[in-house]
Design a protein around this ligand. Sequence first.
Ligand SMILES: [Zn+2]
Ligand SMILES: [Zn+2]
Length: 375
Amino acid sequence: MWPPPAGDARGPERQAARAARRGVGACNLEHRGDPKAVQVTFLGTSSGVPTRSRNVSAVALRLPQRAELWLFDCGEGTQHQFLRSELRVSQLSRIFITHMHGDHVFGLPGLLASLGLAGTCSGIDLYGPDPLRDYLEGVLRTSSTRIGYPLRSHRVKESAHTGALLLDDDDITVRCTPLTHRVPAYAYRVDQKPRAGRFDVEQAKALGIPPGPIYAELKAGRRVTLDDGRIINGASLCGPERPGCSLVYCTDTVFCEAAVELAAGADLLIHESTFAHAEAEMAFQRQHSTSTMAAQTALAAGVKQLALTHLSPRYMPGNAVTPDDLLAEARAIFPNTVLAKDFLSLELAAPEPDPGTAQAGESAADPATTASSRP
Ligand SMILES: [Zn+2]
Ligand SMILES: [Zn+2]
């Protein structure tokens, strides 16, 4: 809930403190959904400077099937936000940086140094704009910080301009595109590849096929000869291929066609919404988006859900315009919009073969949000 109710003006911080006293993270474990679901957690949702309830930019992507955690942007204090969440920073394997403004990168040296001291990091792949390598080398060298694990740095500029994939492995692809901001900035898109159809165990049992390693063969769609001579085609026991889910992270930018193209048909678009619609002129001057620009991008791209983030600290509770007003402006154009807040988690449900069932579920640190958003 935003703004926090009166008397609990530091809502998320108080919840986190209470949770810390109980010895658990800020997120409510009882209300977590599918543990196998891809999960997006906002670790910072303010633009420029942190506020009492919103830290600067960072979004974590949890990929349980790979036992990996990815991070998009790393504003100052992101490692503290990790500590207050239930996310396991030891699973961090890839970090994607959108651009070199301080509210997106000032947390990076500290996080990378702590990962080294923890001794549990097996390596990090770091993606970002050209100056990212020099920035990190400078900070780490002048502070005599040694990173004891492999840190592989990838420049994304060329991929962004050619459309080449940044990453393409067995189950996932990542691509990026240039945005329109005061410095070079890039949006990222993650797509899970389609997965094999569901194996119908009941039908297999009904056919008298004994459970065992043979099920793995059938699940993979292979032909198997049973002891009694029957030949079973595994593909006939599997449902249709299941599409993967997709996520786009788009900040900082003023409205641009490249973002619309990158986000086409995505399950979730996380888009900056620094300003309210009334500040459109300032948004153009500073090359940021208004709530309505974010919604127009979501609408034009045909995404399933939009999450607004990177809100200007000017929209504080009690001010003339609040984050809820920005949300209402966006919903007037794109109804399936949520307002991100620190520690909000969204579960990305991979769309089922039946297109009518695709939807992103929502869970959150705060039980009120959880209760209101779960059946
Ligand atoms: Zn920013
Ligand atoms: Zn910026």
